[in-house]
Design a protein around this ligand. Structure first.
Ligand code: APR
Length: 247
């Protein structure tokens, strides 16, 4: 039996499958990941751009990266991997997607139970008075965009040094504890606490299925099956086999 059949069979047999996704799932939508050779952290120094302290020290500099990121996210469309996860939810197989991505592509592809572990780029707030803004109402003519109170506006994403949003954390933990299969797609699994979720799932007896063209921090130690292909290609195939099995 080939890996696609094995993967699909396990998905069909599962009672409560949950997917954990990372930047790799959106690479085929034209959004680079963080840690691959051409990833975001190869172009922007993580210490100068990635931390909440970086933003507070120089919001204009960090906004240069954020506005480039925003333009990329606006141009991106969901790819086959996002679409297949949406369809697997519709078929009753995937119960939740826990994503580290802030690009909203899962929701746009039809997934309805999406837990945004690292926040979202759709909404923003003032770093000083916490007033909230929707992205489309913000002027980016001069950076950083400013709140009427004068404080710098920032997207509702999680910088290094910040806590995971409370509700997303609780929901992700619950989904992890409930799942009997975790489908890990396109993450290096190198950033905690998201990287703990597969460990928790595995300790509670869940099967761990991974899709990543490279090895991640999970591949050798935790993954039960690993398809070493790009997510769009792999999930497109898996959806096809699952549909055959279900018909
Ligand atoms: N399909 C599947 N996986 C892919 C693809 C693809 N087409 N292309 C790349 N990958 C894999 C890479 O091999 C890598 O293992 O996706 C993974 C991306 O890893 P990272 O760049 O570390 O991204 P991620 O795991 O999401 O990072 C976690 O780090 O900086 C932060 O907050 C940021 O949410 C992010 C967090």
């Amino acid at each position: 039996m080939n890996d696609y059949r094995r993967f699909s069979e396990e998905l069909c047999k599962s009672r409560h499958a949950v997917s954990l996704t990372g930047a790799g799932i959106s690479v085929e939508s034209g959004i680079p990941d963080f840690r691959s050779r051409d990833g975001l952290w190869s172009r922007y120094d993580i210490a100068e751009y990635g931390y909440i302290e970086s933003f507070r020290a120089d919001p204009a500099r960090v906004w240069n990266m954020l506005s480039a990121m925003g333009r990329m996210l606006e141009a991106a469309e969901p790819n086959m991997a996002h679409i297949a996860l949406g369809e697997l939810e519709r078929l009753g197989i995937i119960k939740a997607v826990v994503t580290q991505n802030v690009d909203s592509l899962h929701q746009r592809a039809g997934s309805t139970n999406v837990i945004e572990f690292h926040g979202s780029f759709r909404t923003m707030h003032c770093d000083t008075c916490l007033k909230t803004f929707s992205r489309e109402y913000i002027s980016f003519d001069s950076l950083p965009p400013r709140c009427p109170c004068g404080g710098p506006i920032r997207p509702d994403i999680v910088f290094f040094g910040e806590a995971i949003p409370t509700q997303a954390y609780a929901l992700a933990l619950r989904a992890t504890e409930e799942c009997d299969l975790m489908l890990v797609v396109g993450t290096s699994a190198s950033v905690a606490p998201a990287s703990h979720l597969p460990l928790i799932a595995k300790k509670r007896g869940a099967r761990l299925l991974e899709i990543n063209p490279e090895k991640s921090g999970l591949s050798d130690s935790l993954s039960d099956l690993h398809i070493k292909e790009p997510a769009g290609k792999a999930l497109g195939q898996i959806l096809r086999v699952v549909r055959e099995m279900k018909s």
